[in-house]
Ligand binder design. Structure first.
Ligand code: F0G
Length: 376
C-alpha cells in the first residue's frame, strides 16, 4: 500500500512530539476551530489501536484491531467530541451546557464543563444508567436530572428547552449549549478517531465495526474517512459495519425497540437522531447495520478481557460480537484488515461485570492455603 507523504509525516510527528499533543490543535485543519477557540484539553484522543492477535486467530480474522476508546479521559469516545463542543460553547459565550444521555455523554459533559467553569445539567432516563457513569457526572458537580421516561423522550425535552431558551427575547436567561451529538461540533471532534486509525495502519482498514446508538459516532467515523480521502491522505474508505443489540436495534429491519428494559447490553435508543446519516454511511460504504444478541455481546465482552486483556463496557463489545458472527458465516475475507471500535471502559458498568463472575475464593494468609486453593 502506498502511503502519502503527509500521512507519513503525521506518523513521525506522533512519535517525536509530546506524548499527548492536543487533539484540537493537531487536527485543526479538519475542525471548525480558529484562533478564537479556547484551546482546552483533558488529554483526549490518541487512544491505542491494539492488534487483537488471540481473538483474531480465534475468529479467523488475523488482522483484527481494536480502537480502545475507553482510554479517553472520562473513559469513552465522547471526549473527542465534547472537547470541541465545550470549546465552541465557551467561544460563543455560553454559560451552561446540557445533554440527554444514557451515561457516557453525561460523564464527558460533566468533566469538560467542570474544567471550563460552565454550569452543567445532564438529563438521564431514570434507573437506566450504569453506576460508574452516573457517579462520574455527580462527582464532577453536574446537576443530574432523572426523567421518568426513556432516552428519546429526554432528548426531545432537552432540545425543546434549549430551543425555548434561544427564543427568549428578554436576553435574561443564560445562553445554553446543547452538547448531544446533534451538535455538529461533537461529530466533528469524534471524526478524529478515524484519522488516528488511518495513521496507525498507514491507510484505511477494509472494515470498520462499531456499536450504534444515536448513530452519531458511525456518522463521525464516516466523515473522518471521507475527509482524509478528499484530502488525498488515504486511497480507500472502509466498509462500515454497525451493530445494535437485538431488542434495541431501530436501524435494523424487524428489530424495533420492543422492550428496551430487558436488554442489559444495549444503548437503549428508539429513534437515533443521526439514523439517516448512519444508513447513508452504510450504503455509501457497502456495509451493513445488523443486530447482535445479548449473549453474543456478553461473549465478546468476556473474550476481549480474557484473551486480549481489554475490559470494555458491554455495549462496546457489540462491534466484536458482530464481526465474529459475520466471520463465522463466511461473510468476511480472512485477509481483511478489520478495526473494531471499543467505545467505552469496562469500569463504567460494575454491575454487569459482577453478574458475569463468581465471588473470590476465600483462603487464610499462608502459602499452604494458597497452594491448596490454587491447586498448584
Ligand atoms: N457505545 C457507548 C459505550 C455509548 O455510550 C454510546 C452512546 C454508543 C456506543 C453509541 O454511540 O450514540 O454515537 O451511536 N451513548 C450515548 C450517551 C447515547 O448518552 O452516552 P452513538
Amino acid at each position: 500500500m502506498r502511503m502519502s507523504d503527509v500521512l507519513r509525516q503525521l506518523r513521525q510527528q506522533r512519535t517525536t512530539a509530546d506524548a499527548r499533543p492536543r487533539l484540537m490543535e493537531r487536527y485543526a485543519a479538519f475542525l471548525p476551530v480558529s484562533g478564537a477557540t479556547p484551546n482546552i484539553t483533558l488529554g483526549e484522543g490518541y487512544t491505542p489501536l491494539v492488534h487483537a492477535r488471540n481473538l483474531g486467530r480465534m475468529i479467523g480474522c488475523p488482522l483484527l484491531y481494536l480502537k480502545v476508546e475507553g482510554m479517553n479521559p472520562t473513559g469513552s469516545f465522547k471526549d473527542r467530541g465534547m472537547v470541541v463542543a465545550v470549546a465552541k460553547a465557551m467561544e460563543e459565550g455560553a454559560r451552561a451546557i446540557i445533554c440527554a444521555s444514557t451515561g457516557n455523554t453525561a460523564a464527558s459533559a460533566a468533566a469538560y464543563g467542570a474544567a471550563a467553569g460552565l454550569d452543567v445539567a445532564v438529563v438521564i432516563p431514570h434507573g437506566q444508567i450504569a453506576a460508574g457513569k452516573l457517579l462520574q457526572a455527580q462527582v464532577a458537580g453536574a446537576r443530574v436530572i432523572a426523567v421518568k421516561g426513556n432516552f428519546d423522550e429526554a432528548l426531545v425535552a432537552v432540545r425543546d428547552l434549549v430551543a425555548g431558551n434561544k427564543d427568549a427575547a428578554d436576553g435574561a436567561s443564560p445562553s445554553i449549549a446543547l452538547v448531544n451529538s446533534v451538535n455538529p461540533y461533537r461529530i466533528a471532534g469524534q471524526k478524529t478517531a478515524a484519522f488516528e486509525v488511518c495513521e496507525d495502519l498507514g491507510g484505511a482498514p477494509d472494515y470498520l465495526a462499531i456499536p450504534v446508538g444515536n448513530a452519531g459516532n458511525i456518522t463521525a467515523y464516516w466523515e473522518g474517512f471521507t475527509d482524509y480521502l478528499n484530502a488525498g491522505l488515504i486511497e480507500t474508505r472502509p466498509k462500515m459495519l454497525g451493530f445494535q443489540a437485538a431488542g434495541a436495534a431501530p436501524l435494523v429491519d424487524g428489530h424495533a425497540v420492543d422492550d428496551p428494559h430487558t436488554v442489559a447490553t444495549a444503548i437503549k435508543i428508539g429513534k437515533p437522531a443521526s439514523g439517516e446519516r448512519a444508513l447513508l454511511a452504510r450504503d455509501e460504504s457497502g456495509g451493513v447495520i445488523e443486530a447482535v444478541s445479548d449473549d453474543e455481546i456478553l461473549g465478546a465482552y468476556r473474550d476481549l478481557a480474557r484473551h486480549e486483556g481489554i475490559f470494555c463496557e458491554p455495549a462496546s463489545a457489540a462491534s466484536v460480537a458482530g464481526v465474529r458472527k459475520m466471520a463465522a458465516a463466511g461473510r468476511l475475507d480472512p485477509g481483511a484488515t478489520i478495526v473494531c471500535v471499543l467505545t467505552g471502559h469496562g469500569l463504567k458498568d460494575p454491575d454487569t461485570a459482577q453478574r458475569t463472575v463468581t465471588s473470590p475464593h476465600l483462603a487464610g494468609p499462608s502459602a499452604i492455603e494458597l497452594r491448596a486453593a490454587l491447586g498448584w
